[in-house]
Design a protein around this ligand. Structure first.
Ligand code: CTP
Length: 396
């Protein structure tokens, strides 16, 4: 999605960098339109590096391409964070004396504002009236929160956290086709300890599962996300709309998942689960001196959580499994997937190819979605965010 992030001149502009980052990580094409005042708070190179696009601030640059309207016309969503009292006043009155004002006026995209200012300014009748006018026109206002402000004062006026702003912004544009649907997603990879410092694990980053949770929340679902050992930063910008539970081992995941599954209407089991665990866990670090040249590990089978879920499934519950396979041949991959869908008793199975260099940790994925009979019902290729949307389109 083409997203314009407008940044105006308040100290909270430094937090806007994380709004830009979160939107980019979620797979969006982000274009920053900064006021001159904003660029006194955050440097252009920072915003360009994070947004991966040029930053626009000048009304009289790019005149030949009619930039003052082109950016707004192309935008599918505009987020202004922080929105100062001055910018809110200008937008409420349709002023267009800078590039951001022109961009907003030339756009019919949803507009989300994250106000940030001192409490007196926020409570001033002028600002109150301006915010009310914007709201009455369908503008989404996120925050402000009550808390410590820039000086020694505290009160309402603090910009909402980046995750909240992103979640609200995505809610503003998505179809609300999962409104109030109870969705349970697992993500990441379980780890089985050998001793206090070592474990057997897998390379799942958790990005695809988190993307499914993020997308479901943006479409209105009531999402519980159970995460096991995610890579750093994967949940950045998730917002409080998703309830997150942390686990590490397969049996912890089993307990949390079975408990949460009772009320779930859609379950997406994206976690990579360790099928075996060490039969015994050493209470102290295993030492070479006592082991010698070889170390034998005896592993015992872990529960198959997905199987337990489908065995206990209640009416109207949709259960989606994932299968990461190293099989390179598409037909053979499909055969494996069809057999797994049947064996696990799932309604849908998302099949993707993995390898030493593919998929794990990447922001991209390529999947086939099979139904219970093993027939392909969708294929998706692109950012994990877009793959998540496609999966939800099919399984919801
Ligand atoms: N899964 C699970 N519990 C396990 C193993 C896997 O719930 N002990 C789930 C995964 O979350 C995934 C699906 O089952 O949604 C398929 O996982 P995969 O590892 O591909 O399946 P396995 O049962 O391990 O099958 P195989 O050994 O043939 O790869």
């Amino acid at each position: 999605m083409n997203v314009v992030v407008g940044i105006t001149g308040g100290i909270a502009a430094y937090k806007a960098v994380n709004v830009v980052r979160g939107l980019v990580l979620a797979g969006h094409d982000v274009h920053v339109v900064a006021t001159d005042a904003a660029l006194r708070f955050v440097g252009r190179p920072t915003l360009e590096a994070i947004s991966r696009n040029p930053v626009h601030s000048e009304l009289y640059e790019g005149v030949a391409e009619v930039r003052h309207v082109a950016i707004g016309q192309a935008a599918e969503l505009i987020v202004v964070a922080p929105a100062t009292a001055n910018t809110i006043a200008k937008l409420a009155h349709g002023l267009a004396d800078d590039l951001l004002g022109n961009t907003v006026l030339a756009s019919s995209a949803p507009l989300v504002l994250a106000p940030a200012m001192h409490t007196e300014m926020w409570q001033n009748p002028a600002t109150v009236a301006n915010v009310a006018a914007l709201r009455s026109r369908g503008v989404h206002i996120v925050g402000p929160e009550t808390g410590q402000l820039t000086g020694t004062d505290a009160g309402p006026g603090r910009m909402a956290e980046p995750g909240e702003i992103i979640a609200e912004a995505l809610r503003a544009v998505r179809p609300r086709d999962l409104e109030a649907r109870r969705v349970l997603v697992t993500a990441g990879g379980t780890r089985e300890p050998l001793d206090p410092v070592r474990f057997i694990g897998n390379r799942s980053s958790g990005k695809q599962g988190v993307a499914v949770a993020r997308a479901a929340a943006a479409r209105g679902a009531d999402v519980t996300l159970i995460v096991a050992n995610l890579d750093d930063g994967v949940m950045d910008g998730l917002g409080s709309a998703v309830k997150v539970l942390h686990v590490s081992t397969t049996r912890e995941l089993q307990e949390a998942t079975l408990l949460a599954a009772g009320t779930a209407e859609l379950i997406v089991m994206a976690a990579a689960v360790a099928d075996y665990r060490p039969e015994t866990v050493a209470s102290d670090k295993i030492k070479k001196e006592t082991q010698g040249d070889t170390l034998e590990l005896r592993l015992v089978k872990n529960p198959d959580i997905l199987h337990e879920l489908t065995d206990a499934r209640h009416d109207d519950q949709v259960i989606v499994g994932f299968a990461a396979e190293t099989e390179p041949d598409r037909d053979a991959l499909l055969t494996l997937g069809a057999a797994k869908a049947a064996r696990k008793g799932v309604d849908y199975l998302v099949v993707n190819r993995v390898g030493w260099t593919e998929t794990f940790g990447s922001d991209e994925n390529s999947v086939m979605v099979l139904d219970a009979r093993g027939h392909i019902v969708a294929e998706a290729d692109g950012s994990k965010a877009s793959v998540a949307e496609r999966i939800l389109d099919v399984v919801r």
